[in-house]
Structure formats: C-alpha cells, structure tokens
Ligand binder design. Sequence first.
Ligand code: FPP
Length: 243
Amino acid sequence: MSTPEHVAIIMDGNGRWAKSRGLPRVAGHRAGVEALRKTVRAAADQGVRWLTVYAFSSENWSRPKSEVSDLMGLLKLFIRRDLAELHHSGVRVKVIGERDGLAPDIAALLEEAESLTSNNRKLNLVIAFNYGGRDEIVRAARKIAEATLRGEVDPRSLSQEDFAGFLDTAGIPDPDLVVRTSGEQRMSNFLPWQSGYSELVFLSCYWPEFTAEHFNDALRQYASRERRFGGRMPQDVERGVAS
Ligand code: FPP
C-alpha cells in the first residue's frame, strides 16, 4: 500500500460532538485535543512523515470571546503537557500561520516547541495556528514585493517554486492527502496553494470520535486512488491507451 508522505487534517465537528452530548463546546475542543494526540501516534505508526493539523484559523477570531480564549488555553495546555513526550517520540513541531499579533505567551510557547524539537526526524507535526490560506498567500506576495524592492528578486523570472519558497510552508512537501471530519465537504481556506493536487477524503465522524481506525481508513482510501497530477498514468501513456 502506498503511504502518503504528508497528511493534512481539518479537525471539524468538536462543537456538534459536544452539543449531541449536551456538553459545552469547550468539552468538544478538549476531546478534540485527545483525538489529536491519538492521531499523532497513528501517523507515526503508519510511517507518515508529515502531519499538518488545522488548529485555529484566521477566521476563528470571529467566534465568541470565551470560545477563542478556550481554544488559546487548550493550545497552551497541549504544548505545556505534550511537548516533552512529542520530543521524546522524535516529533518535530513546526507552526504555520500569522505570528504577528499573537499574545506574547502563546508566541513564546510556539517558538519553544519549534526550537526544542528542531532536530527530530521521526514525524513532522505542522500546527496551522492563526492560519488562513489567502492570508498566507498575501503575506508571501508582500515579502516578494519587498525582496523585489531590495533587488533580491527578479519578478520576471519568478517561478512557482520560487513563490512557494515565500509561503509559511517553504520546505514542506505538498499534502498528498487532506482529510476532513464531520461530513462537511469544503476546504475552508486550508492550504489552498499546497492542496492543488491533494487527494481529499471526507469522513462523517466528528473530530473527537476520530481514532487510528479512521486514520487507517483514510490511508486505505488514499491508496486506492489514481493520482495523475493533470497528466496521464505513465503505464497508459506507454501502452498508448486512449482516455
Ligand atoms: C472545529 O470544530 C475545530 C476547531 C475550530 C479547532 C480545532 C481544535 C482542536 C482539535 C483542539 C485544539 C487543538 C490545539 C492544538 C489548539 P468546530 O468548533 O468548528 O465544530 P462544529 O463545526 O461542530 O461547531
């Protein structure tokens, strides 16, 4: 079975999971953190090299203040509680998204997580935090414009690879597989540049219900897909098969 090198996940449905149990939304987010822990283990067990998770979008600031503060609190707790174990398991943590404007304690924790784990190689855990795909692309365009003004970039010869080097995900392979839970079938501004050729798997379970079995199911679905990247399958081209 071909294992994807990079799996990206939209962890959706915490609120609905909580509501269906008569619990406050924060209970859904807490259970979501537990599902995330299990997923990191499942990804490492399956030999996935990169796991990106959508933890907080640039648009999530529009949620009620109390929910935003619950999510910030959970991120802090996750890093404080789990960082040592992630480090011992060989996980390298990388954070993508806008850092400017984050509370200083959050920004410091994110930096600590990245620097402590920077030499680990077992699994790369990319946390998309204060992340929005369009915002990332605009920030990249700004950096390119500034580099152009400094004479470091010639815009006439700027390639797709050059452009990608200005994104938060510079150096990270594009996701092979994007998984979204909760039955919704949309991308919600998650990795729009990077997911151009990703396989998409939508699962009906809410994120807090997500287990290693769901993860493996998504990998099986991925393995059964034919990826063409806009071209044709090499064996068909060889055989001269008309499509
Ligand atoms: C979507 O559920 C989930 C989020 C907005 C945040 C995802 C966060 C976690 C899994 C926990 C936090 C983890 C870290 C590392 C900070 P939703 O609230 O949109 O659910 P709903 O669509 O059912 O309302």
